[in-house]
Design a protein around this ligand. Sequence first.
Ligand SMILES: Cc1cc2nc3c(=O)[nH]c(=O)nc-3n(C[C@H](O)[C@H](O)[C@H](O)COP(=O)(O)OP(=O)(O)OC[C@H]3O[C@@H](n4cnc5c(N)ncnc54)[C@H](O)[C@@H]3O)c2cc1C
Length: 275
Amino acid sequence: MSARNQSTTEIAEEMEQRLRMNPQGCRRIGNFGFIELEDSWGDEATILNTARISTTNNRLHSVADFSDRDRRLLYQLLRDQHGTPFETVYFRFRFIAPIFVLRQWVKHRMSSWNEFSMRYRKPISEAYVPDLAARSVDGFAVLDGTAMAEYSALMEQLFQWYEAQYDKACARIELARAEGHLPPKQGGRDPYRGRARELLRNVLPVATYSDVYWTVNFRSLMNFFRLRRKPDAQYEIREYADAAYALFAARYPLLSETMESVLREQEQHLASEAP
Ligand SMILES: Cc1cc2nc3c(=O)[nH]c(=O)nc-3n(C[C@H](O)[C@H](O)[C@H](O)COP(=O)(O)OP(=O)(O)OC[C@H]3O[C@@H](n4cnc5c(N)ncnc54)[C@H](O)[C@@H]3O)c2cc1C
């Protein structure tokens, strides 16, 4: 592999730093992937306090105050799809994933996205490389070692082409400046280099990694888990969804157990209705 560009080195260092700072809240995935549950707002008490707006002003302070009655109410609300109290708890995930995974993930519209832009920085010069488990179906490797060597070489060629073309474009811009054909560089983003980055990113494959902040409420997160942890979801997004779930469940054991019960019952109900 060629040398990493600056964006990639910085992001790799940041992943290492986050793993040191928040080891319980982070996971590495695949050859360059990462996910962290960076922050969350609200908890099971927030949900019940919201749901009881009409019936009581006695607030629960945390899940430690919960009685069996409170636990039962949490379950009933979720089972009976009382949606809005579950929209009052928020999660902020940071993840670094291939663009093809992002395209599936962004379909979960009930959430907020902020993604690394290749207009302002060079791309992450790492592409997803499926390991043996990812490229096997029932133990059969659908892409063999030769195909994988070519796959990696092709990705590498694209990143190298990007770097070489960007260097050439920058050299032409600087020469034109030196000769007085272009205005001197002002503060902020150089529009000429910026346009070169905008165009050159077009050649990058969907296996290229990108970097996202994802902010989502519990109702929508549950929908994401339901759809993307199922066996028919694609292997790669499933890996991220499973990691997101493990991070969430470690921080919210009661909510995750309640969710599991409700999802299991919904699955059983659907299975019993199937022709
Ligand atoms: C196995 C699998 C295969 C898939 N294949 C494809 C595919 O081939 N092509 C493709 O484009 N997508 C595909 N999808 C994506 C899928 O169609 C959904 O877009 C995605 O799962 C997000 O689900 P959602 O709409 O429930 O989530 P969100 O967008 O987060 O919405 C959450 C909920 O809000 C409500 N909602 C949101 N927006 C609206 C609206 N406009 N009107 C009414 N209610 C709304 C709905 O109740 C919805 O369930 C696939 C998903 C899975 C899991």
